[in-house]
Design a protein around this ligand. Structure first.
Ligand code: ADP
Length: 262
């Protein structure tokens, strides 16, 4: 017997998405969601039709980062409309479907896999140039399901910080992608150096270069570093992508340099 009806719908939906980028990190709090949101925003601003899918079942942060908390996707027949977040940008997150943002989700692997499949199959993404997927940290069920469902053409972008401990986790992420059979677009070193709030220059107090060393070691491209910048926190707290508002300065330049080859 051939593929099931549901499998055909999934493949038809995915066939309309030209580029799939999965944002991964070895551990939480390194700025993975921030990078995913700014990547999606930059692509949308460049005129690319972009979907942003947040599959973090434990802490969906994309709705908050884009001031979309409380939005409810429209459901017709058995399919869902993603939430429009401005020109060329559509978002879906488990956060839109939970009763409140305090709701804790305790689901076993197969249930999470089913949920992710629904996000890829039953959401009307339409024709997209890019789908950016923000995964939970680590190499668990969700990133595995995402990569398996999207197939080998999906490319991973790995976010890390300069600290040695994060670098060890990233090594695991690189191995994980190799095991599943997905190419790694590259490594981004976030919170690398500090933007001085007085002079605006980058100050290397926290160290940097871990991501680059790791890239060299693993043979994965190094895409660049993004400094630690209070404006990035402010943008996140106020609910907009940093790049939507800032196009000048070292942080915007760093983000744009990373995004350019993508
Ligand atoms: P993750 O998705 O890896 O858990 P987030 O993107 O949620 O991480 O970021 C965690 C926190 O760090 C947020 O408060 C965010 O605003 C902040 N952050 C992320 N990147 C930067 C940066 N380059 N400079 C300053 N703060 C940042």
């Amino acid at each position: 017997s051939g593929p099931s009806e549901e499998e055909k719908i999934l493949q038809a939906n995915l066939a309309r998405i030209k580029n799939k980028i999965v944002v991964l990190s070895g551990k939480g709090g390194v700025g993975k969601s921030t990078v995913a949101v700014n990547l999606a925003q930059a692509l949308a601003m460049a005129g690319k039709k972009t979907g942003l899918l947040d599959v973090d079942v434990h802490g969906p942060s994309v709705p908050r980062l884009l001031s979309l908390s409380g939005e409810r996707p429209r459901v017709d027949a058995d399919r869902m409309e993603p939430i429009n977040a401005g020109p060329n940008l559509w978002v879906m997150s488990l956060g839109f479907l939970l009763p409140s943002n305090r709701e804790a989700v305790i689901w076993r692997g197969p249930v999470k896999m089913g949920m992710i499949k629904q996000f890829l199959r039953d959401v009307r993404w339409g024709d997209l140039d890019f789908l950016v997927v923000d995964c939970p940290p680590g190499t668990g069920d969700e990133p595995l399901s995402v990569l398996q469902l999207l197939g080998p053409e999906a490319k991973a972008l790995i976010v890390t910080t300069p600290q040695g401990v994060a670098v060890d986790d990233v090594r695991r992420s690189v191995t994980f992608c190799a095991d599943v059979g997905n190419p790694v677009l590259g490594i981004v070193e976030n919170m690398s150096g500090h933007i001085c709030s007085k002079c605006g220059e980058v100050d290397d107090v926290f160290g940097s270069g871990g991501g680059e060393a790791l890239a060299r070691e693993t043979g994965v491209p190094f895409l660049g570093r993004i400094p630690l910048d209070a404006e990035v926190v402010r943008a996140g707290d106020e609910g907009f992508a940093f790049l939507r508002v800032h196009q000048e300065g070292p942080t915007a330049q760093a983000m744009n340099r990373i995004i350019k080859p993508i």
